[in-house]
Design a protein around this ligand. Structure first.
Ligand SMILES: Cc1cc2nc3c(=O)[nH]c(=O)nc-3n(C[C@H](O)[C@H](O)[C@H](O)COP(=O)(O)OP(=O)(O)OC[C@H]3O[C@@H](n4cnc5c(N)ncnc54)[C@H](O)[C@@H]3O)c2cc1C
Length: 301
């Protein structure tokens, strides 16, 4: 029986772990990976203390920090179910079940699929959801980035240094990303911005060879070797049913990061906190671990 189980090891889960370790809690971290989405971001320019750091370097710094403490962390495990019964949480993964008095959910978000023909067939054969991870595979190639927000433009700026030509396929009338990153993209003559345009299919044989796009007036095929899907994110919250969520599956929290279930705290992108940022996820993680510590102390009195 653990005092605390932390689900996820992105910025929120890692920071919760550091705080729990400093309170000498008996805790376990269960995560599919270390770093979460922070590892996917190219250039990070808004994490206090670093004017500029890459996502992979920031995650390496997080890992270094974790190593200062003895932390029981199981990587490459997926939490499949989480329930509370008789004041005890049971957390079931693809490998085993664990019990704890409190839980911090820091399971973040994952990429939303396009749901067009060819997407599933060509996943990892030209279709990708992570420019940082897979961008280098497309050196000097022609690629499409689908989306118009910060993630899509972040991917595009990374690809400017790698790919030969980039089509930015945006369903909306204009881009919605931050002005600074829009400026960078608009300055590049490698990027063609196609607003008001939908992708209707991904084509290929063994690998991606093209995409079908349509506007209000026409439908045509573009030859591309890569498709970067950057149309938004879905909260990783399906494995818990009984907690209150908002309409898009984000877990509702109060200003102490408490959820509708006592002893269950949630941090970062999986919550309904509107700002999805590394520093906010990290701050939430700290609040959750301290909240869980306080909750256990209150129970003991
Ligand atoms: C391309 C891109 C660029 C970005 N750039 C910036 C930036 O410049 N600055 C900034 O502040 N923010 C940026 N962000 C946002 C930032 O990365 C997120 O807000 C932050 O990572 C959220 O942290 P988190 O810990 O809440 O969730 P995540 O980072 O999503 O981490 C979730 C963790 O939970 C694990 N997990 C998920 N489901 C399960 C499960 N069922 N069982 C076990 N483990 C699970 C995952 O493996 C992961 O370790 C960017 C995001 C993207 C995608």
């Amino acid at each position: 029986m653990y005092d605390l189980i932390i689900v996820g090891a992105g910025p929120a889960g890692i920071t919760a772990s550091v705080y729990a370790a400093r309170q000498k809690m008996n805790f376990l971290v269960l995560s599919k990976d270390i770093g979460g989405q922070a590892a996917w971001s190219g250039d990070i320019e808004n994490y206090t203390g670093y004017q500029f750091i890459s996502g992979t370097d920031l995650v390496a710094k997080f890992q270094e920090h974790l190593k200062n403490y003895t932390i029981e962390l199981k990587e490459n495990v997926e939490v499949k179910a989480l329930q509370k019964e008789n004041e005890i949480f049971s957390v079931t993964t693809n490998e085993a079940s664990y019990r704890a008095k409190t839980v911090v959910l820091a399971s973040g978000k994952r990429s939303k699929p396009l749901n067009v023909p060819g997407e599933a067939k060509f996943k990892n054969k030209g279709v990708t959801y992570c420019a940082t991870c897979d961008g280098p595979l497309f050196a000097n190639k022609t690629v499409a980035v689908v989306g118009g927000g910060n993630s899509a433009l972040d991917a595009t700026t990374q690809l400017i240094n790698i790919a030969q030509q980039i089509y930015l396929i945006n369903i909306a009338q204009d881009l919605t990303a931050d002005a600074l990153v829009q400026e960078k993209v608009r300055r590049s003559d490698q990027v063609s911005i196609l607003n008001d345009t939908q992708i209707s299919a991904i084509l290929g044989d063994k690998m991606v060879t093209g995409i079908k796009i349509k506007t209000k007036s026409e439908e045509k095929t573009l030859a591309v070797q890569g498709v970067f899907v950057e149309i938004g994110l879905i909260p990783n919250s399906e494995f818990i049913q009984d907690v209150e969520k908002n309409g898009i599956g984000e877990i509702k929290v109060n200003c102490r990061n408490e959820t509708s279930i006592s002893g269950l705290f949630a941090a970062g992108d999986v919550t309904d906190v509107p700002e999805k940022q590394i520093i906010i996820a990290a701050g939430d993680g700290a609040k959750c671990a301290l909240g869980a510590f306080r909750y256990l102390n209150r129970k003991l009195k």
